[in-house]
Write a protein that binds this ligand. Structure first.
Ligand code: PGA
Length: 233
């Protein structure tokens, strides 16, 4: 199983989010190869939009096997007097996954390792599987089901999916060196697009990719999903 994580970041309004979903679903209706890939557990897509679009996307993708909706964060707080926060409890019946610890959160919002630890714990408490983003592999790895996403900040694109991606051979070698429990899937993020995705996913030990810029266009994302299915043979 390969994971494709679409991190929309702070993009789109409601109409654009719905248009994206309808365009994607149209491509899916027209392509039995891709449908087969989803239906036979070859690939899982996790779409992570801004909070307001989680529910409408969830409705639009309902019943589509291996297409999940995720959030881009969960609060470090529990329910309570925290105006503007979105807690793991708030999200618990809406998402199965959440990105946690993305480097843009520490860069622009000063999230600390302690905050991130609390967010991971809160997510798990409410049955949300973390997509735990790290700039380098931490000494202490979680034992619980987690998608561990290696995404060095200087590899992340300015929003178009074309930046200084880390070489696929290096990512493969790194993954070979670290010992991961079976409960952890190893994901790479940083300037992955339809031209380079196969170079990562052809390695058995790279379980998926996290996309920013390349996920904003449904046709581009669709091409990436088909490339992922093709690497599975
Ligand atoms: P990018 O973003 O694909 O636009 O480089 C990836 C990320 O945020 O990890």
């Amino acid at each position: 199983m390969k994971y494709i994580i679409a991190n929309w970041k702070a993009n789109k309004d409601l109409d654009q989010a719905k248009t994206w979903a309808n365009d994607f679903l149209q491509l899916l209706r027209e392509d039995p190869y891709t449908r087969h890939g989803f239906e036979h557990d070859v690939v899982t897509l996790i779409i992570c939009p801004s909070f307001p679009f989680i529910y409408p996307l969830r409705q639009l993708f309902q019943g589509h096997c291996n297409i999940e909706i995720g959030s881009q964060n969960v609060s470090q707080f529990g329910d309570g007097t925290y105006t503007g926060e979105v807690t793991a409890h708030n999200l618990s019946s809406l998402v199965r996954y959440s990105i946690i610890g993305h480097s843009e959160r520490s860069q622009f919002f000063h999230e600390t390792d302690a905050d991130i630890g609390q967010r991971l714990q809160n997510a798990r408490q409410f049955g949300i599987i973390p997509i735990y983003c790290v700039p380098k592999i931490p000494g202490q790895l979680p034992a619980e089901p987690t998608l561990l996403c290696y995404e060095p900040p200087n590899a992340i694109s300015a929003g178009d999916g074309r930046g200084n991606n880390i070489s696929p051979a290096y990512v493969h070698e790194l993954r070979t060196r670290i010992k991961l429990p079976d409960t952890i899937a190893f994901i790479y993020g940083g300037s992955v697009n339809k031209n380079n995705v196969k170079e990562y996913l052809r390695y058995q030990n790279i379980d998926g990719v996290l996309l920013g810029g390349a996920s904003l266009d449904p046709a581009h994302l669709f091409a990436i999903i088909n490339a992922a299915i093709a690497t599975a043979g």
